[in-house]
Design a protein around this ligand. Sequence first.
Ligand SMILES: NC(=O)c1ccc[n+]([C@@H]2O[C@H](COP(=O)([O-])OP(=O)(O)OC[C@H]3O[C@@H](n4cnc5c(N)ncnc54)[C@H](O)[C@@H]3O)[C@@H](O)[C@H]2O)c1
Ligand SMILES: O=P(O)(O)OC[C@@H](O)[C@@H](O)[C@H](O)[C@H](O)CO
Length: 469
Amino acid sequence: MKRLDDSFRKLEKFPTKVIQFGEGNFLRAFIDWQIHQMNKQGLFKGGVKIVQPLAKGMTKNLDQQDDLYTVLLEGVLNGKKYQSHEVIESVNGTVRPYENYAEYLKLAEDDNIEVIFSNTTEAGIAFDENDKLSDQPQNSYPGKLTALLYHRFELGKKGFHIIPCELINHNGDQLKKIVLQYAELWKLGEKFVDWINNDNKFYSTLVDRIVPGYPRDRAADLEKEWGYLDQMMVKTEPFLIFVLEGSQAINDVLPLKEAGINFVVTDDMQPYRNRKVSILNGPHTTMSPIARLAGIETVGEVMKDKDFYKFVNDEMYQEIIPTVALPEKELADYAEGIKERFENPYVKHQLSSIALNSISKFTARLLPTLKRYVAKNQELPKRIVLALAAYLKIYRGQADFEPSDTAEVLAAFKKIAGDENYVHEALSNSDFWGEDLTQISGLEALVNKYLTEIDQKGTRAIVERINAE
Ligand SMILES: NC(=O)c1ccc[n+]([C@@H]2O[C@H](COP(=O)([O-])OP(=O)(O)OC[C@H]3O[C@@H](n4cnc5c(N)ncnc54)[C@H](O)[C@@H]3O)[C@@H](O)[C@H]2O)c1
Ligand SMILES: O=P(O)(O)OC[C@@H](O)[C@@H](O)[C@H](O)[C@H](O)CO
């Protein structure tokens, strides 16, 4: 069978206007897909050069198919079923700084390039004090970026719009802060710092699209159906939201909105972040321990089970939405969309993968809601507390499966697992939760009660009872 090659292109190859750090599934199904949508409508007329941020990666595989790949879009959005595939033509080429650093630095010389995107995972936006300007390349992504920016500055050229998509809060501010740290460490001078501050714009973003990646189980069948080989195909849900904090002028640079994409430019993205973290990630973090203890394996199975569906729905509407400071109708529409995404029949989202590092996830994704709920109602949100009790059972080593967390967290739980005051010891450990949870009135007693009930009857019985209350 034929591989993808340039003969599959339907659009002309546009000049490179974007540098993208990262060749991962998410960026290919999110940023490069969006650029392709703009190009199809003649709105952007620009291509992407992908920089592989690590020594090892997938860019050679992409080059082997002339930088083309297929996005398989499957799911339900606003009640409409989507099942389509499209060859994405927005990638113009790839650059590997570990193999050819000169070619990497040369990107700074291209006047057509206006925008830099990145997604190097949450670990990527980090300062490495051992990085040097003379390294070829620097170890960290911000180190590599600073070297590129400095070369651009020395050539007297204009700066960039720098748009990180890593899932950390204030990602743009964080990245800029580290670039300025390198400017100081490498003594790049006041003028460079002024150029960073005045000629470049760093934006903070929130990205949301579930991208399960390469559809391993169906790839061979899909290739047969499409009539070509594609080792870089990527599967995604149809939903996306791309929130960017900054001035509306970015719409002139990136006419995403005009292309019909759900691109939101705002001067404060925190409400969008709170909404996503509490209404999407919150229920994920709640259902994962409770449903796994009841023998359920995926988010889709949770949504198909009438008891668990009601439990999740009630958590969204009774415990979470009333605590988020946005118009209720908007939140309800968002919640309905999330339920549709959780029900996506094409995505098998494992509860075990959501469970990775659950203690920090509970702290970031559920604890703020629990505290806001208590402040508002002077009582505890039962469903979130049941999740906490279920986690304590799992982390005590009393489930049919192991908890997966950092070595420190696992060791700390191991130390207290045999303690007769286990619940008190666990809840009062501020290293887990950032604070002493026994200070929240009634929490320790309710967790103890739920733990006893879980031992006696299992989580499903408690879910049924809470549903009936
Ligand atoms: N897949 C999703 O559904 C989804 C949705 C929203 C956000 N995200 C987030 O996007 C990120 C990437 O996800 P993906 O599915 O594309 O993963 P992936 O494994 O396909 O790609 C990871 C990319 O990050 C780069 N990378 C990894 N560690 C790095 C480091 N220390 N420094 C620099 N670069 C590094 C790799 O080179 C690669 O380009 C994750 O952090 C994930 O949480 C994923
Ligand atoms: O990716 P994690 O492990 O941080 O969190 C698990 C899920 O809640 C998460 O992947 C969501 O599906 C995603 O955040 C949707 O955009």
